[in-house]
Ligand binder design. Structure first.
Ligand code: 6CS
Ligand code: FE
Length: 305
């Protein structure tokens, strides 16, 4: 078969051909645009997983689900100890997946954390997390991206507003919105130490961004994102319409949020670090294709293929 002609095999209502089409163009036009989402949000049903219909409906509408006490204190202590030992490990710090703050040598993120230790592997593949992800995505799932987001006390820097899907679509070739991110708080997230902020319902609109992707963009974007950033007017409209919520909660809380959710977080000028593990589950029906920005695929540590 000609390798350039995609296989037209039915795949849950979508053809293989659909997967290669750019349903969410971004970073191409000279003006920003807001496109309506054209696929489901909650793919699974209530009788096939831990979430009831009410929770699924809430997720479909708002784009997130939050649990205050997902892990008990024994699990939590084990994961936090592990996070700190990985974060301070000199050999891990010198690897490509370790990302530093824009203006200092403080760790900002460590990617592919599920490969760094058995304990982190067990966290990312935790059966209760996986069951929820499978139910939300209505299929088997795999790990698209995992990382530690360590927001140091005093000088931990912000993450500006963005949709992860916008980047994963453009730079990794994620065809459709059928992935879910899970933010696991291993320290308390308060209103003060730079918690994850979400615009509920923003997952229903795709903000197409302006600005071409430079080669090897990830080398700078993981420290500070400049491309794939929504324009002020689209953001303002979204926030006026839908508001902002901060996902605060005790250590051990977990927030699942839809891959196209507009989100960000402020810097942390408190003495208390904010240590989160971030796990992205993608549907096996949404496997990556060639990046839609036309550049080579990013390394495996940032987007598992
Ligand atoms: O480029 C990425 O894949 C990462 N960067 C941002 C700003 N958010 C999503 C993702 O973890
Ligand atoms: Fe993000």
């Amino acid at each position: 078969m000609n390798a350039n002609v995609p296989d037209i095999t039915q795949n849950n209502g979508q053809t293989e051909f659909d997967r290669f089409q750019d349903h969410y163009p971004t970073r191409r036009a000279s003006d920003p645009a807001v496109l309506a989402r054209s696929e489901p949000v909650a793919y699974g049903s209530a009788h096939v997983g831990p979430l009831d219909q009410l929770a699924l409906n809430q997720y479909a509408e708002s784009g997130f689900i939050h649990f205050d006490h997902f892990f008990n204190s024994n699990e939590l202590n084990m994961f936090l100890k592990e996070l700190n030992s990985i974060r301070t490990n000199q050999s891990i710090k010198s690897q490509a997946g370790s990302i530093f703050e824009p203006n200092s040598q403080e760790i900002r993120s460590i990617f592919a954390v599920h490969n760094k230790s058995e304990i982190m592997h067990s966290l990312c593949y935790h059966p209760r997390l996986v069951l929820i992800a499978q139910q939300l995505l209505g299929s088997e799932v795999y790990l698209h991206q995992t990382r530690i987001n360590y927001k140091a006390g005093f000088r931990g820097q912000e993450f500006y507003w963005h949709s992860d899907f916008e980047t994963w679509h453009a730079e990794d070739g994620m065809p459709r919105m059928r992935a879910v991110s899970c933010s696991i708080s291993l320290t308390e997230n308060t209103h003060h130490n730079g918690p994850l902020m979400l615009i509920p319902g923003s997952h229903l609109s795709f903000v197409s961004c302006v600005g071409e992707t430079p080669e090897n963009n990830f080398k700078s974007s993981l420290r500070k994102q400049d491309v794939g950033v929504p324009d002020d007017e689209s953001l303002q409209k979204l926030i006026e319409h839908r508001g902002i919520i901060s996902t605060t909660g005790p250590a051990g809380s977990v927030t699942f949020f839809e891959c196209n959710m507009m989100h960000g977080s402020n810097s942390n000028i408190t003495p208390q670090p904010r240590s989160n593990v971030f796990v992205v589950y993608n549907s096996v029906r949404n496997r990556l294709v060639a990046p839609f920005c036309g550049l080579p695929a990013r390394p495996d540590f940032v987007a598992h293929r």
